[in-house]
Structure formats: C-alpha cells, structure tokens
Design a protein around this ligand. Structure first.
Ligand code: DC
Length: 224
C-alpha cells in the first residue's frame, strides 16, 4: 500500500526500553501529534494467544487469531483498543511470547496495514516501534533511532517498574534485542536516514532537545 497522503509522520524506532515511549509522549505534547505505540498490537496478539492457549509459534493459528481480533475490533481498531490494561500486556509471559508473534510475516503484514490506515486518518502523528522508519513509513518526515547500552536500558526500566528485578529485566532486554534484530522480516535496524541517538550518557532533557530541534528543522511547528 503506498504511503501517499500522510501529512506528517515522526518515526521513532529502537530496541526495548530505549526511552521511546517517554520521548514520543513528550514530542506528541510539544508538537501536537497523535501518538501510536505499535508494539502494543503485537502484545495484544501475544496476550490473547496465551489466554486461548494457542502456541505462539504456530504461524497459521496465530495469523487466524490476528484476523479474528481485527474483525472483532473493527469499529475501534485493534491498535487503539481500550480493552487491554497496560499491566496485562507488559506481564513477563507476554514479554517472552511477543518476540515469536512479531516474527510472523503474515502478522506483520496485517499490523502494517492497520498502522498505515490509522496514520492515514491523522494529520500529524508520532509512531514508536521497530520498523516504522524502515518498512512502514520509509518516507517519514523525521526518523529517530533511539538506543542505549543494555545495562542502562535495564536499569531505567527497573527504576520505572519497581517490582522488576535487574537481572530478569536485563536478560529480557538482551533476549528481545537478539530476537528483534535477527528476524527475517523487518528486523530492527536503523534506517539509513534516521537520526541516531545513543541515550546512554544523556538526560531526558538532552534527548528531547535533540529530537525537538530535528522536528523543528523538518518543519514541525511547536504547540503553543
Ligand atoms: O515496543 P514493545 O517493547 O512494546 O514491543 C513489543 C515487541 O513487539 C517487541 O519485542 C518487538 C515487537 N515490535 C515489532 O516487531 N515491531 C514494531 N513496530 C513494534 C514492536
């Protein structure tokens, strides 16, 4: 599907726990952008598969489940469905299952179509994920690739979710990096024209300042 007609898309990609959500929400406020967390959709599919005891590596069944969920949520779009509490979608079993679900080409095709459809209805948006600037919107207005050393990402996540143990979070981050980067379909990689920001030694304010100036340089107007 061509990506014609999308006024402004800010693409924010990068590995797990690189600070994409925090920075996207801040950019959304500053530049009056609609925000989409694309990983949530893969999480919903993984969560439903676990609930229904469907093996997450069964391509046919998971694709069927994906179609069913899309049909069921037609009026509100699976992407933005309010039926799922964040803590359910962020539970440890979902963290493990989601990488397998996200490897399935048929599932990625469907999620890609949903995201393009959603973005087509917005004037300006910011979308976080793994393949937004590479596969979904190669002509996005601005592309960022946020990253940080795994130990730093794990530490920040533990500070956010106090119940999590550092070792478990670090192992999950490393495992998901490997899965996201090594899959055949739309692996996690920085787009050639993405602005890469290694946030390991930067404060949130510094990261946001770099992102905001890049957005302004590309013609985005600050929200007053
Ligand atoms: O951003 P997140 O951690 O909630 O994403 C969950 C998983 O979904 C992540 O391990 C990889 C996958 N994902 C993806 O493959 N493509 C996207 N655009 C977003 C997420």
């Amino acid at each position: 599907m061509p990506e014609q007609g999308f006024a402004t898309v800010v693409a924010v990609d990068g590995p797990a726990a690189a600070g994409k959500t925090t920075t996207c929400l801040a950019l959304a406020r500053s530049f009056d952008l609609r925000y989409l967390e694309s990983g949530r959709t893969y999480r919903i599919i993984a969560f439903e598969a676990l609930q229904r005891e469907i093996p997450v590596d069964n391509t046919g069944k998971i694709t069927g489940l994906c179609d069913e969920l899309i049909t069921e949520s037609r009026s509100e779009s699976l992407l933005t469905s309010e039926r799922y509490a964040p803590e359910k979608l962020r539970a440890a079993p979902v963290n493990v299952a989601v990488s397998t679900v996200a490897k399935i080409a048929e599932v990625r095709q469907r999620v890609t179509s949903l995201i393009r459809l959603w973005a087509g209805a917005q004037t300006r948006c910011v979308i976080e994920g793994r393949d937004i600037g590479t596969a979904i919107f190669p002509a996005a207005t601005v592309k960022f690739y946020l990253t940080a050393r795994p130990e730093i990402r794990a530490m920040r996540r533990v500070r956010q979710e106090r119940a999590a143990s550092y070792e478990n979070v670090l192992n999950d981050v490393i495992r998901r990096d490997a899965a996201d980067m090594s899959r055949t379909v739309s692996p996690l990689v920085a787009a050639e024209d993405a602005i890469r920001i290694d946030t390991s030694e930067l404060s949130l304010v510094e990261v946001l300042s770099r992102m905001s100036s890049a957005c302004r340089n590309r013609g985005l107007e600050i929200n007053r």
